[in-house]
Design a protein around this ligand. Structure first.
Ligand code: XBP
Ligand code: MG
Length: 257
């Protein structure tokens, strides 16, 4: 089946948001709430095993801060912390310090020029997706995406396949008509669970993840003057010496292989 649509993960794929964005915003929310919790870079790497900010806070309490005296309404407490974190995160993005990863803007523009349909499938909150697109790309770019599947729109977050199935259903597409772009093991499990083809661009937190099942694994999408490195993937042999960066022609060749 011909390639019809590209579906993008956000955190780690469109932008390296975790270390200097989400992590910092969580710590600001904890500080504001008078908590002495500090999510260091190393601890945050472990906490990323669980997707979703609210789910991550609960995981932290269950595994790393078991002596914390929990309030009676833990669900509401976590929701309050998370709302504060989202507000800090959006403010951080509005200051413009969190750019898109190399090659993302070029690939999106090329896809649009070729008439491919675009969508997002992410665990993060929809406000965060809008803020990232607005400040790292352009306000208009929010409309480039036909569907933005985000956060609590599905009950089970990645690694469950729900968010990808949601996007496929909304777009009336079959998995064979799409290519997914992901950066993490939870992401590949989620997209793979929806029978989708996946290209991985690893990031600083995910280089050691298991990407079994990916068609192509790259260090980045790259640009003509910043070539990608091919790390692996079942269709890695499709990439020739002339391929220096991920463009739509290469995406199509990987998709049809
Ligand atoms: C992204 C996440 C998110 C963000 C936090 O995973 O794990 O939880 O870290 O977002 P993926 P919220 O890239 O696999 O979608 O705090 O808004 O939930
Ligand atoms: Mg991700």
């Amino acid at each position: 089946m011909a390639l019809e649509a590209l579906v993008f993960d956000v955190d780690g794929t469109l932008s390296e948001t975790e270390r200097d964005g989400h992590r910092v915003a969580f710590n600001m929310a904890f500080d504001e709430a008078g908590l002495d919790w500090n999510w260091t870079d190393a601890l945050y790497g472990e906490l990323l095993a669980v997707t979703g900010g609210k789910e991550r806070i609960r995981f932290y309490l269950d595994k790393f801060n078991t002596s914390f005296k929990r309030p009676d309404d833990l669900v509401e407490f976590i929701a309050g912390l998370h709302a504060s974190k989202t507000s800090h995160y959006v403010t951080l993005l509005s200051k413009g310090g969190i750019p898109l990863r190399t090659g993302v803007k070029r690939l999106l523009e090329e896809a649009r020029a070729e008439g491919l349909r675009l969508a997002i499938a992410t665990t993060t909150t929809v406000n965060n997706v809008h803020a990232l697109l607005e400040h790292a790309l352009s306000a208009e770019s929010i409309d480039w995406f036909e569907v933005i599947g985000a956060g609590d729109v599905v009950p089970a977050k990645k690694p469950a396949p729900d968010i990808y199935n949601y996007v496929l259903e909304k777009m009336h597409l079959k998995p064979e008509q799409c290519m997914v772009f992901e950066d993490s093991a939870n992401g590949i499990k989620s997209a793979g669970g929806a029978s989708l083809s996946i290209i991985i661009t690893v990031d600083s937190y995910t280089t050691q993840h298991d990407f079994t099942g990916a068609k192509l694994i790259l260090d980045q999408m790259g640009e003509p003057d910043q070539p990608f490195k091919v790390i692996g993937g079942s269709q890695a042999s499709i990439v020739t010496d002339d391929d220096k960066y991920l463009n739509i022609d290469l995406v199509r060749r990987i998709h049809s292989a």
